[in-house]
Design a protein around this ligand. Structure first.
Ligand SMILES: Nc1nc2c(ncn2[C@@H]2O[C@H](COP(=O)(O)OP(=O)(O)OP(=O)(O)O)[C@@H](O)[C@H]2O)c(=O)[nH]1
Ligand SMILES: [Mg+2]
Length: 466
């Protein structure tokens, strides 16, 4: 009976893919980048589809009106074995008093949305249609692990060696390196001592993360999820001289085996679950965080996205690809949380974003996929307004809905990265630390979440599918 049901389900899925009625969106963003907030906002906005006057709130989602969208909502899950995206919890947090941000993510979850509309394509104009949208959420800490998919143990070790040189000044690795020097790669494994060095190494990774560096590998060391304490997390990069041939039960060989198991059983499984079949990708980057972190952080994020995006399949999407070898045909690079700057700074933010991801965009375009750039806020915490200064000049400022909180101007964003620009930014942007205290704006339950430019994002992601 189960087999029969599975066959029916697989056939239905194949039909949806063939008829282009299913779209899988991958959201790629580092830890705390804004993925869960974005998914919450997307689900919430879609849930209002079909309601009167929604088009007024989403003016640049032109296809919404053209396709006569009649319904949007959460559909039955695609895969019953994957945790459901905690949408209710996220909405409860937004409606708590005072409103709160969604919790950080500690595992993989998935949500399927359904849209009902009228077909716009000329041969089928007017027919009632359904489109399913699948979205995955996961902890940002795990994303970087995708860069390990094609790295051998030796290559992984050499990458960490390079990283140590780059970040030594912001995150000193001496603790774990001096403890690790006492390990004998050809000797037997002393599990107790190895665990101590692994814990020092993990401490170093945590420092890197807290300093805003993106390159934190392996990601499960800092956020193990259900793998807490498992042997597959008990290995280190071998940054010292290669020991040559080793017995199979030697420390080096055991660590190499554990790394391989990590790569195949943990990372590849994660890739298969969340990324192997995506059609469209949103790469979200918290540019302000990157600027605040200083030169190393900024460069690190730049390099990281370039390496990361090499692990996805880009290109034209045909019905054949959709069924057998999905390719990402559209990518949006979005600067997240842009309600933290005034509207007149958006152009600068866009230029900065472009300069930050220029290498990564090269990877995507080389394969024939389209790219778009966007400044975005998934869940707004501020309104932007214009005030008249005493001098008579006008200035844009940000305003929260906290009673008694005065409007403020956080500062300017540089349009290109230079050392002087970054120094200036670090000195003068948000000196009172207002932005770290922001919380979501209050809104009514019958209204969509306040956001910025989500309509542009929806048009780019869905416009040609409706
Ligand atoms: N002002 C503002 N802050 C935001 C916005 N989106 C997210 N944030 C802030 O960024 C934090 C992280 O957002 P999340 O959506 O949880 O980030 P994430 O990428 O899911 O993070 P992990 O689950 O840790 O990987 C939130 O707690 C907010 O403080 C936004 O649109 N505007
Ligand atoms: Mg999250």
């Amino acid at each position: 009976m189960d087999l029969f049901k599975n066959i029916i389900k697989a056939a239905e899925r194949g039909r949806n893919l063939l008829l282009d009625r299913e779209i899988r969106i991958g959201i790629t963003g580092l830890s705390r980048g804004g993925k869960t907030a974005l998914i919450t906002s997307l689900v919430n906005t879609v849930s209002h589809f079909g309601e009167a006057n929604l088009n007024v709130l989403l003016p640049r989602f032109q296809t919404y009106e053209e396709s006569d969208m009649s319904y949007g909502g959460i559909a039955q899950p695609r895969d019953l074995s994957v945790a459901a995206f905690p949408y209710r919890q996220a909405m409860d947090a937004l409606f708590s008093d005072p409103p709160k941000w969604p919790e950080p993510t500690d595992g993989v979850s998935e949500i399927r949305l359904e849209l009902r509309y009228r077909d716009n394509r000329w041969l089928r104009r007017g027919e009632q249609r359904r489109l399913f949208i699948d979205i995955w959420d996961y902890p940002g800490e795990w994303l970087l692990d995708l860069t390990l998919l094609n790295l051998s143990y030796e290559e992984f070790s050499s990458r960490i060696r390079d990283q140590i040189v780059k970040v030594r000044e912001v995150a000193c690795p001496d603790d774990w390196i001096s403890a690790g020097e006492k390990l004998d790669p050809k000797g037997a494994v002393d599990d107790g001592y190895l665990a101590r060095v692994v814990s020092l190494y993990t401490g170093w990774l945590r420092t890197c993360k807290n300093r805003g560096l993106a390159f934190v590998l392996p990601g499960r060391f800092v956020l193990p999820g259900h793998l807490e304490g498992a042997p597959v997390l008990q290995f280190l990069p071998w940054i010292w001289e290669h020991p040559g041939t080793c017995e199979s039960d030697s420390l080096y060989a055991v660590m190499e085996n554990r790394y391989e198991a990590y790569r195949e059983q943990v990372v590849r499984k994660f890739y298969r679950e969340c990324f192997s079949k995506i059609d469209r990708q949103i790469v979200i980057i918290d540019c302000i965080q990157a600027l605040k972190g200083g030169r190393e952080t900024f460069m690190d994020i730049n390099d990281t996205f370039q390496i990361l995006l090499q692990n996805f399949n880009y290109g034209n999407s045909t019905w054949w690809n959709r069924l057998f070898s999905p390719k990402i045909d559209r990518v949006v690079f979005a600067a997240s949380k842009c309600d933290r700057i005034t509207y007149d700074e958006h152009q600068h933010m866009l230029s900065l974003l472009k300069s930050m991801v220029s290498q990564a965009v090269g990877v995507v375009r080389a394969e024939g996929a389209h790219c778009e750039y966007l400044v975005l806020s998934a869940i707004r915490a501020t309104d932007c307004m214009t005030v008249k200064l005493k001098s008579g000049e006008e200035q844009q400022v940000l305003k929260t809905d906290n009673p008694g909180e005065a409007p403020f101007f956080p500062g300017s964003v540089p349009d290109v990265w230079t050392r002087e620009n970054m120094d200036f930014f670090q000195k003068y942007f948000d000196p009172a630390g207002m932005l770290s205290r922001l919380r979501p704006l209050r809104f009514k339950p019958d209204q969509p979440v306040p956001q910025l430019n989500l309509d542009v994002l929806l048009e780019y992601l869905l416009g040609d599918k409706l």
